[in-house]
Design a protein around this ligand. Structure first.
Ligand code: SME
Length: 148
């Protein structure tokens, strides 16, 4: 299934639409097709090296801007690495969006080795993320980096 979804992500990226429409379509695609993805969104790095909320599908979040280092998103940005928290109740440096969220994965988007954004996924399940998710989402972010 991930292979088909990745093909669809490539198609969306090549569509004649603006970047926000394309990112939103990708959020919708992932949320609608993977049961354990309950909130799917992009954060984009701005000039002051903060993460600014971009297109997302799921409940509204109060975390519109996140400094590098803060929360799971900020930690992934600082370390320039995929960050997986299989049980958010065990993570001290965590910014809660909804009490329903039990786990989270954040995958950086790189352009010329610099981080330009992140794909953030919340799940209502405990420990749902596998190596397959990591591989798939890192591939998605590699394709998405063509938009930057
Ligand atoms: N939980 C994130 C904040 C963003 S929301 O999940 C949408 C964090 O700890 O960085």
């Amino acid at each position: 299934m991930f292979t088909l979804l990745l093909d669809r992500v490539r198609e969306i990226v090549d569509e004649p639409a603006n970047i926000n429409e394309k990112l939103l379509s990708i959020c919708r695609l992932l949320k609608n097709n993977v049961l354990h993805y309950n909130w799917v969104g992009f954060y984009l790095v701005d000039q002051s090296r903060e993460l600014v909320l971009g297109p997302f599908i799921g409940e509204p979040t109060e975390h519109m801007r996140i400094p590098f280092g803060k929360g799971i998103c900020g930690q992934a940005a600082e370390r320039k690495a995929t960050f997986i928290i299989q049980d958010v109740s065990k993570e001290v440096n965590y910014l809660s969006c909804s009490p329903k969220v039990q786990s989270e994965i954040v995958v950086p988007i790189f352009k010329n080795r610099e981080i330009v954004g992140e794909l953030d996924i919340d799940s209502h399940n405990l420990s749902p993320f596998t190596e397959e998710d990591v591989k798939f989402l890192e591939n998605v972010c590699q394709v998405v980096s063509r938009l930057f």
